[in-house]
Design a protein around this ligand. Sequence first.
Ligand SMILES: [Fe+2]
Ligand SMILES: [Fe+2]
Length: 144
Amino acid sequence: MASKLPKASEKFIEALNAALSEEMASAIQYLWDHILARGLQSPSIADMFKELSMVEMKHGYTLAERIDLLGGVPTTAIGPIKIGGDLQKMLQDNLNAEYDAIEMYRGLVKTAEQANDVVTRRLLEDILKETEEHARDLQSVLGK
Ligand SMILES: [Fe+2]
Ligand SMILES: [Fe+2]
């Protein structure tokens, strides 16, 4: 009997892999900013970076598991990473990354919808929700 599992197009796998690269970059960026911020007398922001790093890792493995189920190969490539500077700069660099991620996931949700892949769409929507929350948290620390 033919498999009933969904199979994604190469183009969609590629787009999901691009998201996976970004998530892994984000996990590392937050982790290093966590380490650097520990020396900058702001334990609460240092802790926040650590928590965010763990959520980005979760986004990463959620995508990797889904790519695998859809018949693709999860990438080991990691996107560009921007770390360091003062706290303000770290917060702003991470906020910019979250804004980029929001745009990316809005596009991916549409692609999943067009592919009639309701499960991937829901996973992407969950990640998008948390990404919007990260942007909101960073905005409020920055006083925006
Ligand atoms: Fe993320
Ligand atoms: Fe995030």
